[in-house]
Write a new protein. Structure first.
Length: 250
């Protein structure tokens, strides 16, 4: 795994692992199943769904992670109403243009009192990037904003919203926020951005030799550089946000 993705996913594993998975459980955007295999102790998860068909065979091959893996759009989930007690989604909703349909579908398949938990980029994602921060410090605000906008485009982010916006959207479909907090500080996000460039040799290694890391010292250097941001305390503002909510009864 690329260094920038490794530190972000490690923090998200710590957050999502605190969510109690009451079965039946649906994981929207399960990908290749690697995240779930590390983040959750309460396995197997009943259903993992994704629209990235190429990742699903690997998810299905991970022993004991999912009971069922299926190709399914989050905007039209193939399940009856009130099918699940828990729905989880790690950094997925921001990539789906039709956000209203996704949230409506999540609320529909959840049972009354059921839990939905997700991680999402916050409104600060573009401005906390290293490139954007550096350009802004030089007084180049338009270039700074352009850098953030570019990063959102290549990340396929359609929704980079504040906690208030997400609370309103969730509330509109009958999901009441119980916990919502920022994670990944501005300093962490700057290193996340820098790691894209410093990790280019790792990408070349993966493409040519099938391995992200050729030498142990490479991983140790990145771990030493990024480790301080794994255990960051609660913060007033961050590049990402964690949200946990429940579906209203009735």
């Amino acid at each position: 795994m690329a260094p920038h993705r490794a530190i972000l996913r490690a923090v998200e594993c710590r957050l999502m692992s605190q969510v109690r998975l009451t079965p039946p459980v649906l994981d929207i955007g399960c990908g290749d199943g690697h995240f779930a295999s590390i983040a959750y102790d309460q396995l197997p998860i009943d259903v993992g769904s994704d629209v990235m068909a190429r990742d699903l065979p690997e998810a299905a091959s991970r022993s004991g992670v999912y009971r069922v893996v299926m190709f399914a759009s989050a905007t039209a989930l193939p399940f009856n109403d009130a099918s699940f007690n828990t729905v989880v989604s790690n950094c997925v909703l921001e990539h789906i243009p039709d956000n209203e349909s996704v949230l409506r579908e999540i609320a529909r398949v959840l049972r009354p009192g059921g839990i939905f938990a997700a991680t999402l980029p916050s409104e600060h994602f573009p401005e906390y990037l290293f490139g954007a921060s550096m350009l802004r410090s030089l007084g180049l605000r338009r270039l700074s904003q352009a850098y953030g906008d570019f990063f959102n485009r290549i990340s396929r982010h359609y929704h980079v919203c504040s906690p208030e916006v997400w609370r309103d959207r969730l509330s509109s479909v009958g999901l009441v926020v119980e916990e919502q907090r920022y994670y990944f500080s501005a300093a962490a996000h700057r290193r996340f951005d820098l790691s894209h460039y410093l990790g280019l040799p790792n990408l070349v290694s993966k493409l040519l030799l099938g391995r992200w890391v050729l030498f142990g010292w490479q991983a140790k250097l990145f771990e030493h550089w990024l480790r301080p941001y794994y255990d960051e305390p609660l913060m007033a503002s961050g590049a990402y946000q964690f949200v946990r909510c429940h579906k209203l009864n009735g």
